[in-house]
Design a protein around this ligand. Structure first.
Ligand SMILES: Cc1cc2nc3c(=O)[nH]c(=O)nc-3n(C[C@H](O)[C@H](O)[C@H](O)COP(=O)(O)OP(=O)(O)OC[C@H]3O[C@@H](n4cnc5c(N)ncnc54)[C@H](O)[C@@H]3O)c2cc1C
Length: 455
């Protein structure tokens, strides 16, 4: 994000700011950009927006690979909302302001209280509010998406009211707000259910694609935080069995990955492959081989959960019912085998999440598997992805998939209303909360507002 810092940014707003997402695939030039430092500031901004008839979006760290946070009108950022508001050590709960990052929580705040987050995604430089708003997930058969570890939310609505919700108070609003894409209001604080600090042991191993899809249930059940990646155009799978441990920290260092040489070389090789596509399967195979040795690491939970992604990519990630994982992956593999003109970058990353009852969670009512595909953009160069993307989306649709909200997808209200059982109810709540569409941008318009009466 390119931000010009000035004091006026708090409530009057500044012009001339450009907001770019992490992968540099979407950007916008808001008419005014705000960084409020308290709830009263937020109310003043919303009052000004109402008076001037402006739309408002709130952004976190801009990591969403879509235009979900973009607006050319008023953009609000909560980088000044980073305080710890309350700590309940007995119940392992912490109330924090919404703009605090997962990284700050992990490294600076939670260690003071011997607490830990139960799950997180692969990056931590994202805000708590941003991660719950899009349904960010980690992995594990018995692990929910991050939103399921929230016990209370406070948000300022379009009519400038501060609303508090939890499972005990305003329950339905809570079920909607826990994953609400920034369209119910500006979340100002969040209470997180944590657990006592823990270390994780991660065992990295490899097997064939066939072995993984044939014995998937066994693999998933072998460890608490299981995930795997498949290297397209090869038979190679690398998987990670991750469990809590009391053992000493250790690291089986790997010069190739630890010094980031692997990633820089990969970027260069994928760039070369834009001139000779046949190289992609070779690169994928070589990287599988380099990655496939046994490796054991023991570290603080956040160092094991985290996986820094070093260069920009297009990415999409849908959740399907867990029992459909093997069939869906076999379909994807068969499609790639039948279309040698399409070359897919690695990894195809497969993760799992427990079912929940949050209205817009992709895991609503069903244990799920997330299948994440990428196409890198070496040195920012566009690499053709449309054929691969369409095939993947068709397979996800075949297995009743639901999209990850942060990631780019083509779905509109018409399709989405049949995918999420509580979609209509969410839309009603959104309309009640925001009758003037104050928090509506192009993305929100596309997903929540029917194009015609027939939709
Ligand atoms: C390299 C990389 C790795 C990733 N890995 C994972 C992963 O492992 N698992 C996964 O599920 N996702 C992953 N993501 C996606 C990422 O977790 C989500 O995009 C997340 O929403 C980003 O948080 P953010 O703070 O950057 O929010 P932004 O992208 O800035 O905003 C996201 C949404 O949250 C809303 N929002 C932000 N703050 C507030 C607020 N205070 N009140 C109301 N709404 C708000 C915005 O309006 C927007 O709709 C990854 C993304 C990248 C770039």
């Amino acid at each position: 994000m390119d931000i010009i810092n000035k004091d006026t940014v708090m409530t009057e707003g500044i012009s001339g700011t450009i907001f770019r997402n992490w992968a540099n695939t979407f950007s916008c030039e808001p008419e005014l950009y705000f960084q409020p430092s308290c709830v009263e500031d937020i109310k003043l901004i919303l009052e000004q927006a109402k008076k001037n008839g402006k739309k408002v979006r709130v952004c976190g760290k801009g990591h969403s690979p879509s235009d979900i946070a973009c607006t050319n009108e008023y953009l609000v950022n909560l980088d000044k909302f980073t305080n710890v508001l309350k700590v309940d050590e007995d119940n392992c709960q912490i109330k924090v302001e919404a703009g605090i990052t997962i990284k700050t929580l992990n490294e600076e705040v939670l260690p003071k209280y011997n607490m830990a987050l139960s799950t997180q995604g692969s990056v931590s430089d994202i805000t708590v509010a941003g991660s719950i708003s899009t349904g960010t997930h980690g992995t594990g058969k018995h692990i929910g998406i991050i939103s399921t570890y929230i016990t209370e939310i406070e948000l300022v609505t379009a009519d400038r009211k501060l609303v508090k919700c939890s499972r005990k108070e305003n329950k339905e609003i809570f079920l909607a707000a826990s994953c609400s894409l920034g369209c119910l209001g500006i979340i100002t604080s969040v209470t997180l259910q944590c657990e006592p600090h823990f270390k994780l042991q991660q065992r990295q191993m490899s097997c064939s694609f066939k072995e993984m899809v044939t014995h998937l249930d066994e693999h998933i059940s072998n460890s608490e935080y299981f995930r795997f990646v498949w290297y397209p155009h090869t038979e190679g799978v690398v998987y990670w069995e991750v469990d809590k441990t009391n053992r000493q920290k250790t690291s089986s260092s790997n010069w190739f990955w630890d010094y980031a040489i692997g990633f820089h070389l990969l970027q260069f090789l994928y760039w070369i492959s834009t001139f000779c596509k046949w190289l992609v399967p070779v690169i994928n195979y070589v990287y599988f081989k380099l990655h496939s040795g046994l490796r054991v690491d023991i570290d603080d939970y956040y160092n094991i959960f985290g996986f820094e992604c070093l260069f920009a990519q297009y990415v999409t990630d849908w959740a399907i019912p867990r029992e459909k994982t093997s069939e869906a992956l076999e379909d994807l593999k068969s499609w790639l085998d039948a279309h040698p003109e399409v070359r897919a970058h690695f990894p195809v990353e497969v993760r799992f999440a427990k079912q929940d009852d949050l209205y817009l969670s992709p895991c609503y009512g069903r244990d799920s598997c997330y299948i994440n595909i990428v196409m890198f953009r070496p040195y920012g160069k566009y690499v053709e992805k449309d054929g691969y993307w369409t095939a993947y989306e068709n397979i996800m649709l075949k297995y009743n998939g639901r999209p990850h909200w942060a990631k780019e997808h083509k779905l509109t209200f018409k399709e989405l209303q049949n995918m999420f059982p509580k979609f209509e109810r969410f839309c009603e709540i959104r309309k009640n909360f925001d009758p003037d569409g104050r928090f509506v941008n192009d993305y929100i318009q596309k997903v929540f507002i029917p194009k015609s009466k027939n939709d």
